[in-house]
Design a protein around this ligand. Structure first.
Ligand code: PHE
Length: 343
């Protein structure tokens, strides 16, 4: 049996050496090392040998097995190595070829405009104050002079989350942040902007979405006047839309500011000459504003006898639409890459 084992080893190694493909290698493995292979057959015979021969035959059988397994592993490695060098030779690397283009991510157009707005107000001394999106009825309405069941509520169609005594809702504007900022920063003077998402329960159309950004502004101090409001907003418009851009103010009404006004800028598409975007008026409305109502100051903890302030609310997506001639607001949250890749 010792001779047979030696013969088996010699045959196996001889047959292994010319093998260079996977199928033949597997065939070889089954033939010699498989459960029903040649070596297994020899191992089975061990039991039938006379005792004196069994020990030496067993030892040689084990050595043979180890040798064949090692040869097999070495062959697998050699085949991998050969495949690699073959592929390197047949497909030479050209390191001068241009690389594959990497897909570039972009900042969302609404975010771009938001950042520009932050920068401008930041330069003018306004800090960002983050306020919550889920609000109480009290903050969103009542403390802003909009009582329960008052017709003024019709201006803000509301998503209510819970209809309990403390009605919970998605803020319809960033103005409740005015109260939160005043209560947080009292008794200091305030110069903040409050950016964020707002929600309205409305029909979705090209001009209105159920969610949209607003940027609120709030200044509270001693002797802040209506002239400060006009001057500050005019400066913002110049920085945002260009040095020579004209603005105009129109009287308006909000329950939480008195007096209230809207600001228009000269149409940035036609420079005031009249076009479809400004509906041939030459002007675009970009924000609502006013002097903080004395009762709202009081609700925020500031005594209106000593303090005054102004507030404004602007729509960054509207500005983005004007700047880029985007004709449908639904593109903003539609996640269509063909739209987003343009910015
Ligand atoms: N909150 C108002 C709106 O949503 C805008 C506004 C803010 C007006 C601050 C005046 C002062 O329409």
């Amino acid at each position: 049996m010792l001779d047979e084992l030696n013969q088996l080893r010699a045959d196996a190694l001889a047959q292994l050496s010319p093998i260079w493909d996977d199928a033949a290698l597997e065939e070889w493995r089954v033939k010699f090392l498989g459960r029903k292979g040649a070596l297994a057959a020899q191992m089975e015979r061990l039991g039938t040998l006379p005792k004196e021969e069994r020990a030496s035959a067993g030892k040689l059988a084990n050595e043979t097995k180890t040798a064949l397994e090692a040869a097999f592993t070495a062959k697998v490695g050699a085949m991998k190595q050969r495949a690699l060098s073959e592929s390197l030779e047949s497909e030479p690397l050209d390191v001068t070829l241009p690389g594959r283009p990497i897909k570039r991510g972009r900042v969302h157009p609404a975010t771009q405009v938001m950042r520009e707005i932050y920068r401008i107000w930041g330069d003018m001394g306004f800090q960002i104050f983050r306020s919550r999106e889920v609000e109480s009825d009290e903050m969103n309405f009542q403390l802003l002079n909009i009582p329960m069941y008052h017709p003024a509520r019709d201006g803000w169609s509301t998503f209510y989350i819970a209809d309990t005594d403390q009605r919970v809702l998605l803020r319809t504007h960033t103005s409740p942040g005015q109260i939160r900022a005043m209560r947080a920063l009292h008794p200091n003077p305030i110069r903040v902007i409050l950016p964020g998402m707002c929600y309205r329960y409305e029909q979705i159309t090209a001009r209105s979405e159920i969610q949209f950004y607003q940027v609120e502004g709030l200044a509270v101090g001693h002797n802040i006047t209506f002239a400060d409001l006009k001057g500050t907003l005019t400066e913002f418009a110049r920085r945002m839309f260009g040095e020579n851009r004209q603005v105009r103010f129109r009287a308006d009404h909000f329950p939480f500011t008195e007096p209230s006004m809207e600001m228009d800028v000269e149409c940035i598409i036609c420079d005031g000459k009249g076009c479809v975007v400004c509906k041939h008026s030459g002007w675009l409305e970009i924000l609502g504003s006013g002097m903080v109502h004395p009762q709202v100051l009081r609700n925020g903890g500031y005594d209106p006898a000593e303090w005054s302030g102004f507030a404004f609310g602007l729509g960054p997506q509207r500005i983005a639409m004007l700047k880029h001639s985007i004709e449908d607001i639904r593109y903003f949250w539609g996640n269509d890459l063909r739209f987003l890749e343009q910015f």
